[in-house]
Design a protein around this ligand. Sequence first.
Ligand code: HEC
Length: 184
Amino acid sequence: MGSLKQTVAALGTALVGLAGCGGEPGPEPNPLGPEPPEEADPAVVWQYLQEKDYQRYWHPESLASPGLHRSREPHGPLIRVYLNRQGHNSRPLGQEPLPPGTVVVLESYTSEPTLHTIDVMAKIPGHRPATNDWAFFRYGPSGTVRQTDHQIRLQAKTENRGCIHCHARTAEETDYLFQPRLAD
Ligand code: HEC
C-alpha cells in the first residue's frame, strides 16, 4: 500500500517529466511535511529541507533560468537556487519584503558539476529585525554545518565580511535578495 506521501511523490515525478517536455515551470512545492522553521537552529533548518524534499518539489528562484547556471563569486561557479511555497507565492520577488517562512536554498557546484556547498536564507518571524528576520546558514553537501547563523552574525560584526555583510547591500531595495536574480 503506497502512502499518501509516496503517491504525491510519484505525481511530482510525473509532473517533472511533463515540465521537462513542455518547458513549463516545475511542480508545485511539496504540500506535505513540516511548517517552515521557527528557530535559527541549523539542524532544524536542515531537517526541514530534507522533509520537504526541496530538490524535487520547490520552484526555481528564477523562472527565467531555472536550471544550473553560472554565478558570480562567492557562490558557484555553477549554482541552482530553490524557493519554498511561501516565497514562490510572493512573486515578483523583491518588490515587497518576503513573507515570514520564506526559505531560499542556493546550491553551489564545481564546473564538473559536483555539489560542494548549500547556502540557505530562512525568514524566521521575530528572529532579528536588523536582517529583516533572515537567518543565514552554510552546509556541506550532506548536511554538515559549516557556518551557523550565530557565526555569520559575528563575522559580519567583527570582520566585516560574510553573508550578512554582503547581502546587506541589497537589504533596502530587495530584502537581502540579489539583483541579478530578480528579473522575473
Ligand atoms: C561577497 C558577496 C556575497 C557573500 C559573502 C554571500 N553571498 Fe549569497 N549571493 C551573492 C550574490 C551576488 C548572489 C546572486 C548570485 C547569482 O544569482 O548569480 C547571491 C545569492 C544568494 C542566495 C540566493 C538568493 C538571492 O539573493 O538571489 C542565497 C540563498 C545566498 N546567496 C545565501 C548566502 C549565504 C548563506 C552566504 C554565507 C554563507 C552568502 N550568501 C554569502 C553574494 C554574496
